[in-house]
Design a protein around this ligand. Sequence first.
Ligand SMILES: C[S@@+](CC[C@H](N)C(=O)[O-])C[C@H]1O[C@@H](n2cnc3c(N)ncnc32)[C@H](O)[C@@H]1O
Length: 231
Amino acid sequence: MPGGYRFSLDPRSVYSVYWAIWYFPIIYKLRRNDSLSVKEIRTYWKHPFNGSNLPENYLEGKERSQFLVELLKRYADSSSVILEIGCNVGRNLNYLFLAGFKKLVGIEINKKAIRLLKQSYPELARYAKIYNKPVEEVITGFKNGAFDIVFTMAVLQHIHPDSEFIFSEIARVTNRFLVTIEDERGISWRHFPRNYKRVFESLGLEQVEEFNCRGVPGLGGNFSARVFKKV
Ligand SMILES: C[S@@+](CC[C@H](N)C(=O)[O-])C[C@H]1O[C@@H](n2cnc3c(N)ncnc32)[C@H](O)[C@@H]1O
């Protein structure tokens, strides 16, 4: 099946048995190649059941965070208010923090990722404002132009078609620049590829830079990095 899945819970843990029952309808649908609803996709991200998406694995990824910092340095300064949507354990935010950016905000659906953020990066946790909720529930509450820079890395690609209203919300809350670093080609039960130039230019933003991420470990040739200016 496209993208594949491996259900890898420890059957000795009561917690895992609970999730196995909770996940049964999702696994059943995946076996039949049926597509998942927005609620089911969000359930997956709240409690990912396969190795690569467990929060502890997002502590790794130095090269892609360094790539992000070098890119943002060209568009932001230390006074910029920066929002990351889908920050997981906060690795990207921490690299920005260490590079001198202090006005940081994150949104993340996964509770365990936020616990790990607080343990791994306590100083970042003290400075940054983190919302532990789905982006769909948070973004509508921000004022127009609340953030100088909004960025996403490998997150919009997982936004279900029924949640696409968030794209106009992202354009609304961006004051200066939006950066998307997304897989625009891969397809799986949890990948919804889109051309973000088309998406955000249709919402009034202007793309000022675009490049392929082939040379960046942890991203690769399916990923496009794009910078949009608010006009
Ligand atoms: C592939 S990971 C990327 C994490 C991080 N941006 C990075 O580059 O290391 C996708 C992230 O988006 C989060 N996510 C997925 N859907 C979300 C939603 N609806 N609201 C908030 N976060 C979401 C996931 O929990 C996960 O942390």
